[in-house]
Unconditional design. Structure first.
Length: 261
């Protein structure tokens, strides 16, 4: 595929923070593909699909810097310092992240570290799982008549627990559609808090596991039973929880088949 000549040059000593989307390499932006074709070094996270990595030029060095909840992971400070060191060597550094780097991707922390070190950088947004992953599950993030607002919430905070800074009463009462990222470990507790805060126990909910990949799996159940249903189905991380009437639309919009990617 020939890319437009008007795309910006990826210069030595620069770092590009790039979103790779939720899985399917077809969801990459032109800028993301451009970066893959020109980077000297690709520093990628745990959610980047292998089919995306193979698009990098053959000569590029590849470094895994993934983070997965509950598993040994690279420290964020070390990742940021590694990016800075590579840039100071004059490398064209591609920091590749699943989804969007600025949506629960810790891209802001890395960009701030680069800015503090005087390293030039570019942000290349990607399709976040809360939009693209839902679409591949046949669940629209918004639909006329169903909702006029949607909220993205992390399933756990820096301690690994359900975030305490969330005002569950306001969240449950004000936002018709809730999308929890990285929610699998705390599904039961999240559902319990939402119901205690006023959400209906029989409200439609879904868990989307490994969205937009050949291993995508979707589990639907009422909110009160979604944790048990996901456990019975053997849902695997990464997984999102979606709560709201838009989940019902999946009955007619379930279009994705793994063999189509």
């Amino acid at each position: 595929m020939d890319l437009p000549e008007t795309l910006p040059a990826f210069r030595p000593g620069h770092v590009w923070l790039v979103g790779a989307g939720p899985g399917d390499p077809g969801l990459l932006s032109l800028l993301a593909l451009h970066a893959l074709r020109h980077a000297d070094v690709v520093v990628y996270d745990a959610l980047v699909d292998e089919r995306v990595l193979v698009l990098a030029r053959a000569e590029a060095d590849r470094h895994y810097a993934g983070k997965r909840g509950g598993r040994p992971s690279a420290k964020q400070r070390d990742i940021s310092e590694f990016l800075i060191a590579l840039a100071l060597e004059g490398k064209r550094v591609l920091r590749l992240k699943g989804g969007d780097p600025f949506v629960f991707g810790r891209g802001a922390e890395e960009a701030l570290a680069l800015a503090a070190a005087g390293i030039p950088f570019r942000i290349v947004p990607g399709i976040t799982a809360g939009v693209g992953g839902l679409a591949y599950a046949g669940i629209p993030a918004t639909a006329r008549g169903a909702n006029v607002a949607v909220a993205f919430i992390t399933g756990y905070d820096s301690t690994g627990e359900v975030p305490e800074q969330v005002d569950w009463g306001k969240l449950a009462g004000a936002i018709p559609v809730l999308v929890f990222y990285m929610a699998l470990a705390h599904l039961g507790e999240i559902a319990r808090r939402l119901i205690a805060a006023g959400r209906r126990a029989d409200e439609p909910a879904a868990v989307i596991s490994r969205a937009a990949t050949a291993r995508q799996h979707v589990v639907e159940a009422p909110l009160a039973g979604i944790a048990a249903a996901a456990e019975r189905a053997g849902a695997e991380p990464p997984a999102m929880l979606v709560v709201g009437e838009v989940v019902r639309l999946r009955r007619k919009l379930d279009w994705f088949r793994p063999d189509t990617i």
